[in-house]
Design a protein around this ligand. Structure first.
Ligand code: GUN
Length: 293
């Protein structure tokens, strides 16, 4: 079994991004910069935002973290985003999700200027990705998975790809990545799928992004397949596990991502790639190679 080591691959990409930013600085250009908005005190969100900051600093991206109280009004949050939209020194804006329930997430995402939408969640960028018209931004988790597969020379062409989970953050954009240029045959399963196993057991490449420990058991995967586990679940004993029963599945498949250390680090690295991509476009450079799918 081949372990798809996101920690190692992300380290390699981080090194190359660091060198790239050093080159910009030699040319006298300013540092790329990323604004991260965190609303409230959700512990998981705080950890994710901290990881994003640490990684940004490692490569030389200027990261600005804006902590706002969970009681903030929709209007004030949108005002904050508009201020960042108009700030020429900011290349990317990320609003950490989920937002408190009194906030309309869709409205907040739409307030981000599409040219600064580093997550690729704005409907304009999603539409670009879906149609191939214009230059979209690939959301970070699907881009990270794509880069991981590319690193290990796993080609999706002509394969049967099954994605479990249809979220706007992972499942839906992941399906668009595999559908681009009619590469793969894509099935998206979700909570109303009647017979999950009948789909997952046919998958050459299986991507699972649900948030349920051991949802995918040995009998549900195809022999020799590639399994990508996006889940991050904390068990009662404090252990972090994915959505796939890793121990029982691992010797049936060709390749699998561990949790932690698989998709997670690749998502963070993709955020840096997307920040640099937006920075490059702003400076009239060609798109970033790693941001292309
Ligand atoms: N919450 C979980 N994943 C993500 C992500 O990729 N971007 C943002 N903004 N919030 C998230």
């Amino acid at each position: 079994m081949l372990l798809l080591d996101g920690r190692e691959v992300s380290k390699q990409i981080i090194m190359s991004l660091k060198e790239e930013i050093e080159e910009y600085q030699k040319k006298g250009l300013r540092k790329p910069s990323l604004a991260v908005i965190l609303v409230g005190e959700d512990p998981a969100s705080k950890i994710y935002v901290r990881r994003k900051r640490e990684a940004s600093e490692k490569v030389g991206i200027n990261s600005i973290c804006i902590n706002l109280p969970s009681s903030i009004s929709q209007e004030d949050l949108v005002q904050e985003i508009k201020r960042l939209n108009d700030d020429d020194s900011i290349d990317g804006i990320l609003v950490q999700l989920p937002l408190p329930t009194h906030i309309d997430t869709g409205e907040v995402i739409q307030a981000i200027k599409p040219d600064k939408d580093v997550d690729g969640f704005h409907p304009e960028n999603v539409g670009r990705l879906a149609t191939g018209i214009g230059r979209g931004i690939v959301p970070c988790t699907p881009l990270g998975i794509w880069l991981l597969l590319k690193h290990y020379k796993i080609d999706a062409f002509g394969k049967d790809v099954v994605i479990v989970g249809a979220s706007n953050i992972v499942g839906k954009p992941m399906s668009l990545v595999f559908l681009k240029d009619e590469r793969a045959t894509v099935t998206v399963c979700h909570k109303n799928t009647r017979d999950l196993k009948s789909h997952t057991s046919q998958a050459d490449i299986l991507v699972v992004a649900v948030g349920k420990p051991k949802l995918i058991t040995r009998d549900m995967v195809k022999e020799g397949s590639v399994v990508i586990d996006v889940g991050i679940n904390r068990l009662e004993n404090g252990k972090i596990v994915g959505d796939v029963d890793f121990e029982n599945v691992k010797d049936k498949v060709y390749a699998i991502t561990p949790v932690p250390g698989g998709v997670g680090p690749m998502t963070v690295v993709s955020l840096l790639v997307n920040t640099l991509h937006l920075y490059r476009l702003k400076h009239g450079f060609p798109p970033h190679l790693f941001a292309q799918i």
